[in-house]
Design a protein around this ligand. Structure first.
Ligand code: PEP
Ligand code: MN
Length: 438
């Protein structure tokens, strides 16, 4: 449920939520008891609340309120300063999105048992509205799920059949909270909202010669961002684990020579600081997609974060991973589909292009496609890139190696320089028809 700005203002000012409950929606926001009653005056003494007749003026009132109360307008616990003020500026409605749950009772539940659930719902801080049917009763419940537990625990009561959530679990990542596409600015290279980015480079950084020759080749073909793993998450401990800090040094060298931005994976919380110092984008790999402490550390680094989808992650879980980063104050998140585990054996993973379309509908965040991990076969990479671009993916992350047959990781899926050049040419018409020529 969205409140109109006037209602939000009433809540901020008067300190009570819907239904006349005397409670703040956000425990972190101190409410301003106005010395003038429910009104606010600017420096010239104009009463903006009473004068507010349009949304524009309402918004101005919010800004004035914040200006006059910098110490009281604070983000609640768990919401970063940056994102809070961004939301305050552009999406004040979001702050007052209340949780709506539907509690479905078993058929023929007697009135006394319905009343018991109603009382329990109230106890948990929600406002219950029972709807009595001929055989079955449902209870709609409205409350703030951030300050109170959600109501799923009510299924512990024998008369409760199920509890349904009406709203999405991710909020900051959702299109509802931010209808326009987010444009992530990677030190001058824009991604999203009509800006397409070609990211390419080896699976692993192996040597100076290997990385620099690849950087030059992908740049000549039109890439703007160089990929390369310095820390590699390998299934076996006996396989090449990456060059570590030496790999980061080589990536920095490649950036200096070519001007390409750098994306590289960060494997652990311990490495965030020094990887963030070398990278322009932090890559969180499929194996770490739900390593929430790592997501939080990456969020705090302030660097743009590319979040791969976990190999058995549902789209909702992937978006909730992004939500962690957003909720910790970092709005620069790129979602990356890289294939999921299925029963299929002709490909290493099943690139889920439908998930790309879903993510673009559900979220305002840019969506990148990694066809290389996505299928594990160099001969399919080109076709998958064309498909991804046709679906309006905001970028591609492609593995390119000077000599894939000698690669120290993922040789089977890396394309060589001439194939990459061909690929960059082949996606052009798809960029044009989707309005991203350039
Ligand atoms: C990679 O990009 O080389 C990689 C290891 O990716 P993922 O985390 O998607 O497997
Ligand atoms: Mn790889």
């Amino acid at each position: 449920m969205f409140f109109c700005p006037q209602q939000v203002f009433d809540v901020l000012l008067a300190g009570h939520g819907a239904g006349g409950k005397d409670k703040s929606l956000f425990p972190g926001i101190e409410l301003m008891p106005s010395p003038l009653g429910n009104e606010i005056r600017d420096k010239h003494g104009d009463n903006h609340r009473e004068n507010s007749t349009s949304e524009e003026k309402e918004k101005k009132t919010f800004h004035l309120w914040r200006e006059h109360n910098p110490n009281r307008c604070r983000p609640p616990a768990g919401i970063g300063e940056g994102i809070f003020h961004d939301l305050f500026d552009h999406r004040v409605e979001f702050l007052f999105t209340w949780g709506v749950m539907i509690i479905v009772l078993r058929p023929h539940t007697p009135k006394a048992a319905v009343d018991e659930v109603v009382a329990e719902v109230e106890k948990l801080g929600y406002e219950p509205s029972p709807i009595f049917g001929a055989t079955q009763t449902v209870i709609a419940a409205i409350g703030d799920e951030r300050t109170h537990q959600n109501l799923e625990s009510l299924t512990a009561l024998p008369q409760v059949e199920s509890v349904l959530r009406v709203q999405k679990r991710y909020k900051l990542a959702s299109r509802e909270s931010h209808p326009a596409d987010t444009v992530v600015d990677v030190d001058g290279v824009k991604i999203g909202g009509g800006h397409f980015a070609l990211m390419a480079g080896p699976c692993s950084v192996e040597s100076e010669e290997q990385l620099l020759s690849t950087a030059r080749a992908v740049k000549a073909a039109g890439a703007t961002i160089l990929r390369g793993g310095a820390y590699k998450p390998r299934t076996s401990p006996y396989e090449f684990q990456g060059l570590g800090k030496e790999g980061l040094r080589l990536l920095d060298l490649a950036r200096k020579e070519t001007g390409l931005k750098i994306i590289t994976e960060v494997l652990s919380e311990r490495d965030v600081e020094h990887v963030a110092a070398a990278a322009d984008i932090l890559q969180i790999g499929a194996r770490n997609a739900q390593n929430f402490q790592l997501l939080i550390e990456c969020a705090k680094s302030g660097k743009p974060v590319l979040l791969k989808r976990g190999m058995s992650e549902k789209i909702e879980e992937w978006l909730l991973g992004a939500e962690y980063i957003l909720a910790h104050g970092n709005p620069n998140v790129l979602l990356c589909e890289r294939g999921i585990r299925t029963f299929e054996t002709y490909t290493r993973n099943t690139l889920d292009l439908a998930a790309v379309a879903v993510a673009k509908k559900e979220s305002h965040l840019p969506v990148i496609v990694d066809p290389s991990q996505g299928c594990g076969r160099a001969d399919l990479v080109l076709a998958l890139c064309c498909g991804a671009v046709a679906l309006k993916a905001d970028g591609l992350l492609v593995e390119v190696h000077p000599n894939p047959a000698e690669a120290m990781s993922d040789g089977q899926q890396q394309v060589d320089f001439s194939s990459f050049q061909e690929l960059a040419k082949m996606i052009r018409p798809f960029l044009e028809v989707t309005g991203r020529a350039g």
